[in-house]
Every structure is written in structure tokens, then in C-alpha cells.
Design a protein around this ligand. Structure first.
Ligand code: HSE
Length: 346
């Protein structure tokens, strides 16, 4: 019997618990033994929950229990998640997480700690939600030099832009729906203003380019200023507006940005619906390779976390590179055409 702990019982953490219970037979088959959630750490009151006995409030209970070899972190943010994950790795416990803020900021350090303490740190769900991107992209590196990573990596904003374009929907109403569906961050401005995307771009570009980019060096512009009238005008000209993330290798560093962009109808990105993501990487031998799937939502994201958890239980080492190095982010290295809409009297 493998015993695990879940840190944080929000949208993703509760989804992980449900998936492990609901698919217990398949999970045990894949893990080679039954998998039991022994603890769920969350400060809120879950006394009425059917699994009320599992809830704990003291993190040390997990650290003091030698039965716990794998920990799932779904708290989000860095205030609690980072010290808890660090302590788990330092005690030799493997960790998987969906926490992009923590991975974008401390990923290299946490991978180094896992390596030093003979355990593993996996974070597939931190980019692409339910779409496996990190593992296949990392595998591409064996035979390729990746020159570009780009695409749609935020389910909430794609859901909003898609509903505005296809249904003429109103921004606040669609945002509320995205929140109800569990796509949006606790503070949805992280989605709308591009911060969530910038984190995911930092994580993907760091893997693709073996780099140590800093999230704050990447310029990000969100969708707050895109109006229904703009969207209708784009459509009339054969374009769809998508919030894109892009990182390209340059001669001297990396050109990276997050911004709303016009995509010609017929391009793959223009057709990405609802909460879906589409992220592509370009390699010298590979050409362009794309990954498409649900980028947000409780169950798609939980499924990727559970997959990581199973990989850890079956001995996956994760990856770590000692050669990752800081690279300059050149915000202006790529020329961008701009769209300007004006109304004139004549
Ligand atoms: N708020 C994020 C999104 C969740 O909408 O993509 C998944 O990372």
C-alpha cells in the first residue's frame, strides 16, 4: 500500500483526491499497489466531509510519518507551498505539483534539492493544465535544439476570447462563468493581465532553452483592453484575437513576451476553443510540434497531477540539469505589427 499526502484541498487538490478514489482500480494497477491518501493538509474546516478523518492542520505530521514517500502540492502561491515542498524534498520525499508560481520562481532550486536528496520533483500540470507539455518537450531535447516555444497557455482567457468572438459574449459575464467552471485563478487578474501565462512561459522556456529566465523580465500584456467592438472588427477582417505567449532564441539571449495577438482564421491557434491550450515548440530536426488539450479545470489538471504522482510511485527520477544558465530577455528583439482602430468623423 502506497500512502501519499495532499497539501491543499482547493479546486485541483480536491480533484486529485476524487480521481484517486474514483479510478482506484486503474491507479493501483498502474502503481503496482493500492494508493491511499493518508493526509490532506488544509487549514479550512472539513468536518462535514466524508473523508473528514484525513484532514490535518499541522504540516509536521506529514514530515514525521515515514510511510509518506510522495506528496502532492496543490496549495498554490509560494507563501506556504514553497517552504513545505522544500522541507518534503529535503526529507527525501518526492513531490508533484500544479503550482506554476512556485515552479516559475523556485523550479531550478527545487529540482536541485530533489537531486541532492535522491527524490524527484515533477510539475507537469503547472503548464497546460490537463495537457501534457513538459514531459514530451523535455524528451524532444534529447535530439533537438529548440528554437521557439509559443502558443495559448491560459484556459480562462482563451475561454473569454472565444466566447466574445463566437457568441458576442460580454467580458464580465464570461469571466464569471470561467470562475464557476474552476478555470480562473483565485484572483483572476493573474489570468487577465497575463501573469499566469508569463509563469507558464518561464517554465517552458527554461526547459526548452536550458535557461534560468526570470518571470519578471518577460513583458506581459493582458486582455483587459480588448473590447467587443474590437473582436467584431477583427472577425470582419478575418482575424481572431488570442492571448499568446512566445519565447524565441536569439543570437544573444531570448526574445519573450505575452500579448494579445491577431491570428488569421485558418491558423491552428485561431481554432482553439473554450478552455483549451495549444503550445508548440520548434526544433531544428523536429520542425514544429504542438500539444493541444484542456488547459484549465479541476479534472483535466487533476489527471495530470495524478499521472505525476503515479510516475513518482513507480520510481520516475524527474529531470535536472546542472547546465541551466541565466539568459538575457530581449523584449524588443522581435518586430511586431500593431492593430489600431479609430473612429473618425469623415
Ligand atoms: N487559471 C489557469 C488557466 C489555470 O486558466 O489556464 C490552469 O493553469
Amino acid at each position: 500500500m502506497a500512502k501519499i499526502a495532499i497539501l491543499g484541498f482547493g479546486t485541483v487538490g480536491s480533484g486529485v483526491y476524487e480521481v484517486l478514489c474514483r479510478n482506484a482500480a486503474g491507479v493501483s494497477r498502474r502503481a503496482g499497489e493500492p494508493v491511499e491518501v493518508k493526509y490532506i493538509l488544509d487549514p479550512k474546516d472539513f468536518s462535514g466531509h466524508p473523508a473528514a478523518d484525513l484532514f490535518i492542520k499541522n504540516f509536521d505530521t506529514i514530515l514525521e510519518d515515514p510511510e509518506i514517500k510522495v506528496v502532492v502540492e496543490t496549495i498554490g502561491g509560494t507563501r506556504f507551498a514553497y517552504p513545505y515542498v522544500k522541507a518534503c524534498l529535503e526529507s527525501g520525499r518526492s513531490v508533484c505539483t500544479s503550482n506554476k508560481e512556485m515552479v516559475a520562481t523556485y523550479g531550478a532550486e527545487l529540482l536541485g534539492l530533489a537531486k541532492a536528496h535522491d527524490c524527484a520533483f515533477l510539475f507537469e500540470a503547472s503548464v497546460g493544465g490537463g495537457t501534457p507539455i513538459i514531459t514530451p518537450m523535455h524528451q524532444c531535447l534529447a535530439a533537438n535544439v529548440i528554437s521557439e516555444v509559443e502558443g495559448i497557455v491560459n484556459g480562462t482567457t482563451n475561454f473569454i476570447m472565444d466566447a466574445m468572438a463566437r457568441q458576442g459574449a460580454d467580458f464580465p459575464a464570461v469571466l464569471q462563468r470561467a470562475q464557476e467552471l474552476g478555470y480562473a485563478e483565485a484572483d483572476p487578474s493573474a489570468d487577465i493581465d497575463g501573469d499566469d501565462i508569463r509563469r507558464k512561459l518561464t517554465i517552458s522556456a527554461n526547459i526548452a532553452f536550458d535557461a534560468l529566465l526570470r518571470e519578471e523580465d518577460i513583458p506581459a500584456f493582458g486582455i483587459r483592453t480588448v473590447t467587443g467592438a474590437d473582436v467584431a472588427d477583427f472577425r470582419a477582417h478575418g482575424f481572431t484575437c488570442k492571448l499568446l505567449a512566445c519565447a524565441q532564441r536569439t543570437e544573444t539571449g531570448v526574445a519573450a513576451y505575452v500579448e494579445p495577438a491577431l491570428v488569421a482564421e485558418g491558423e491552428p491557434e485561431a481554432a482553439v476553443p473554450g478552455n483549451y491550450n495549444l503550445i508548440s515548440c520548434t526544433g531544428e530536426l523536429l520542425g514544429r510540434q504542438s500539444y493541444f488539450g484542456q488547459g484549465a479545470g479541476r479534472y483535466p489538471t487533476a489527471a495530470n497531477v495524478v499521472q505525476d504522482c503515479l510516475d513518482l510511485l513507480t520510481g520516475e527520477d524527474g529531470f535536472y540539469t546542472e547546465t541551466a544558465r541565466p539568459m538575457a530577455v530581449e523584449a524588443d528583439a522581435v518586430a511586431h505589427p500593431y492593430y489600431v482602430r479609430t473612429r473618425t468623423a469623415d
